[in-house]
Write a protein that binds this ligand. Sequence first.
Ligand code: SF4
Length: 694
Amino acid sequence: MSAPAVCTTCPYCGVGCGVLATPDGAGGLTVSGDKSHPANFGRLCSKGSALGETVGPEGRLLAPRLYGKAAGWPEATAEVARRFSETIAQHGPDSVAFYVSGQLLTEDYYVANKLMKGFIGSANIDTNSRLCMASSVAGHRRAFGTDTVPGTYEDLEQADLVVLTGSNLAWCHPVLYQRIVAAKAARPSMQIVVIDPRRTATCDAADLHLPLAPGSDVALFNGLLRHLDQSGAVSEAFLRASVEGFDEALAAAISAAPATAETGLPDALLHRFYALWAGTEKVVTVYSQGVNQSAQGTDKVNAILNCHLATGRIGRPGMGPFSVTGQPNAMGGREVGGLANMLACHLDLENAAHRMAVREFWQAPRMPEAQGLKAVDMFDAVERGQIKALWIMATNPAVSMPEADRVRAAIAGCEFVVVSDITAETDTARLAHVLLPATGWGEKEGTVTNSERRISRQRTVLPAPGQARHDWQIIAQVAAAMGWGSAFDYSSPAEIFREYATLSGIAAQLGKDFDISGLAGLTDADYADLAPVQWPVNTTRTGGRFFADGRFFTPSGRARMLPLRSAPTAANPAFPFRLNTGRVRDHWHTMTRTGQSPRLSQHMAEPYLEVHPDDASRLGLRPAGIAEVTSPSGRALCRTMVTDRVRPGEVFMPMHWTGETAALGRADALVASVVDPVSGQPESKGAKVAIAPF
Ligand code: SF4
């Protein structure tokens, strides 16, 4: 008799699809979509449906390694604790750092954040989610007073107009895209607009595509705000009751140059879009990395939010701004404070009352009063020798950070580097003094939160291989070895979940949105059976939309509109092309998992560069030839794909490929460490590069 299927959650993108996983009795598993899960109702994309092909033993890290030699857990844990404790004693708490990941489960994230902020006493914990959605977090906090995604996935199906901006949803969030396409098939009057410099696969479903100039989003949405005002689409009642800053925001939009100048879009196309947006009550604007990954990412987010606030199209069925997150648990990390500028449960690090509440709750010996180092700053500090002990969990910054070659050298030069991962030979793992084997998807237990605030369980299907341990266990054991055993004496992820659910009730009393206090009393059995649930969960409500009552989380209770101005980047004649980077349909991050599936690797088998035919012909680049791409920070070789999907002067490269040499198409070696000043998110879609035939 075969083993029963286990309900769990896909470990890839932020859609957070439910998966039924069945062990095959030979160490592997088969998967199908979970028809009862409200994110996907049984659908899976190519990556999710290939999960069974990516859980094999190849390349797994099976035992701790200490300075290149196999070691036992007691030895490895003691060494990590000793080196961190000595470094802190000698150089202070800010001489150490954790760089964590949106691949961690929420319970792992919570324990890492508690150790760094409450016990080590530094805020130097940041995450690869900084590269993914930090600008959305910052934009939400500026406009709403907290990091709230207002709507639900149902809004995307109920809208009469879905605007997808800076989002190749068809490849990066395929099941959500399928839901929109199905809704449009059932109701053809639904309109879809795609705003993207590239003509991506997402445009296949679009009624209108706006191939705007990269970086001109603020100009586009400022122009929309102006049009909304002129066309009478602004909601005077909503502004009066629930919004501040409208006059200033509108004045900034009016004083800006006409959108045609910056976006490069013809007047007629712009006005068609503006008229459609103004004339459609039920409009959802979905945005993702094309908006976030920018030196002006936070302003771009607020430019979108401004338009929804001006019209009151927020918090009601089929309308609202909607940030979709890249990673499976970027949202969970946000909720438990895994960012250098936040406390657990959306509490504010700079707020003394919030710090005091968390400190008391944790019975913590100390608590930082200032923000820690955000991802790019953190690796700069590693390079300067200011960070002397670094623990990297479940991520591969030696290839995924901007200026990856410099980051790789910085990690290699750090006095003490710990890497906990499932894979033995990542580009980053090779640089570690201590390697700690972690359990991966299918082997661990915990929760993740998807883009619509839905908490779902990841469950164990397979045994942990070798000596691999869960991330929360590894962190708690190091904390105990550093002398804080009683605060980290967890026996299960359920116990950790109850702890932060309780803390969320305190956060709610302090005026925060993240409230799952209704789950604080779950028994172990309840937690084991926990069905997908959207937060908030408290005594008065479960899930649903935020802001339906027109009340926000700012001190005044009113949302804030912001005056915004475009900030075009200067050209660099030595590097005349603008490099856009992103995902391909069938791979995930640096391919440590999806690279194991021959099926997934068939779709795009090698790194490539999309280049416009006019540029290819001018530069002598042949289709399927090799292009050499250089920037001030690096060099890469890629197969040339000549296509008019990209605009002249712009090129696109996928971000997944890794390797020791620059010749292997590593996109992030080319990306500059330019960040948004508010969010600290790097501009991963605007590197200046030069191109030549190789
Ligand atoms: Fe997994 Fe995302 Fe695909 Fe769903 S859409 S199956 S969460 S990768």
